[in-house]
Design a protein around this ligand. Sequence first.
Ligand SMILES: Nc1ncnc2c1ncn2[C@@H]1O[C@H](COP(=O)(O)OP(=O)(O)OP(=O)(O)O)[C@@H](O)[C@H]1O
Length: 616
Amino acid sequence: MLVSAEKGEILIPHSPVSSMSVPESPQPVSLLYTDVNVVPEHEMNELEKSISSLQGEVLELKSMLKSLDEKRRDVLNKIIDTKGSIRVFCRVRPFLLTERRPVLEPVSFGPDNVVVRSAGTRKEFEFDKVFHQSATQEDVFGEVKPILRSALDGHNVCVLAYGQTGTGKTFTMDGTNEEPGLAPRAIEELFNEASIDHTHSVTFTMSMLEIYMGNLKDLLSARQPLRSNDASTKCNLNIQVDSKGSVEIEGLTEVEVPDFTKARWWYNKGRRVRSISWTNVNEASSRSHCLTRITIFRRGDAVGSKTEVSKLWMIDLGGSERLLKTGAIGQTLDEGRAINLSLSALGDVIAALRRKKGHVPYRNSKLTQILKDSLGTRSKVLMLVHISPRDEDVGETICSLSFTKRARAVESNRGLTVELRKLREKKISELEEEMRETQHNCKNIKSRLQEAECLLSQNKKLFWITNDKHLEDMEKRVVSPLDHLKETDATPKSSDKLVKVSKSSGLVPRFMTSTVASRQRKITSEKEINAKAQSIGSVTKTFTQLSTSESRSRGLLRRSYTKPLQAAANSGTPTPETPKRDIKDTCFPRSKMVTSTDPNVRAKLCHHRRRMSSLT
Ligand SMILES: Nc1ncnc2c1ncn2[C@@H]1O[C@H](COP(=O)(O)OP(=O)(O)OP(=O)(O)O)[C@@H](O)[C@H]1O
């Protein structure tokens, strides 16, 4: 867009400014070039006009994107509701190396059903989806992804791993380093989605807790007790419900997570604390429910937009053993009872919600009290029931499958006639088609928006370079840009802060927390600042030379501006001479004022600039 002639002159492109019709895919722009030192007044006016027309275009595209995003939200919500806002998947664990594989396997399965044969009986269970033994972590995550989009759209979402001990609940939720599970993948996906959201600013916080024998334990607390069953750690968290029905856990640590790396770090910390507490309490398996909560704060970019808050719960439930079978006594028996009581309370709540019964018995356990606002009508629930393929576990397998059958009873296909089932499937496929179309349109508008924003910023920079008035403004405004550098460096890493959400604790207001987009802007601006800091020295030199001779300074000024501009224009990328800098970095009167501490030099520069302007 900007090219310098061989002589080293600043040139202005006469770019054809598009009206409201931005082409669907980026088009090469044909350009004419002009020496800015002789830019006629009418061309400057055209540049101004083009800037204001592009500003209008950007606004219009943003508003189109907003309405398309609302449509996408609406369609996704309809799809999820038609499929069922409580969905139940089943995952069958593969045989472990140490396990004997029976000749006649008791469990067989199709894409959406499981058949269990035991003592001459045959029982069939239907699911929204069955993951076979060969299913990968990626396969499971693929089915969970749409519900995460729902969480970003403002719905509370709950993903629960249920099943007998040793069937793979922790494997599905946490996974391993080589095969990460649902939780780390979901967190990463949230950050990815947030970074490409052009109409909203999104921030996340994280909390983790454990429910052991009816007591809540904060897994991210800075002070962890040596022994998990210390009296001080028991029930120190209170469950509160506000007037809008939103549940909060008073005293629970909530950490701000600015990026995926930090979120993963906190998640691993919580998991470590949980495993230490298991070892202290029970050598064998998880005797507690582990809950991870990601709170999503989403605010529209328009002035006066409200912040929407939603929660994503990812829960690894305690093993659902039959106590008589395990022959448990003492503490193990108590732990088993506590787990079974809360699981049965969870089953009652889900069943009541599915039957759309007036009274939902949330108060019967700590687990259901905590999840009260995330298991309700506006929420989306995904339960993953895990089963073992072994002969010895058939009884437990039937118990687990029967538990989830209650949850599926109402919305499952089985209760529908063939005709209704076909209608439902037709509606889902129509909605999915509408969704694809909306997503395609969103993508097109996003690329048009990017293109218009890029052109706008280039035109603004050009106007800025060629308009002497702006240089005068800068002179008044800039005191010490180094202050800006210091400020950026001194900003504490928000991720290192611990934020307590308990009503009694000191709160950092939400509007003060950085968003994913603002953090990305910050990283870009830090890079720019570094590049600018490097260029300060050379610019000072240039301007000291400028003060010595007017004719010589004109050449210097042209060269200092036009070289990188020319390269950027030719390649569309930063030049080798100006690594990490884009076109806007070449316009740095701020920096040049920094180093001219000598008032004489400053006076000369101002004087020189006035004389320059009188030449144009
Ligand atoms: N899909 C799978 N693929 C490979 N290995 C698996 C799978 N599911 C579970 N496993 C393995 O089975 C073992 C038990 O799994 P895991 O600890 O996740 O069970 P769990 O249900 O969480 O048990 P607990 O209730 O005791 O915590 C682990 O060694 C795990 O690696």
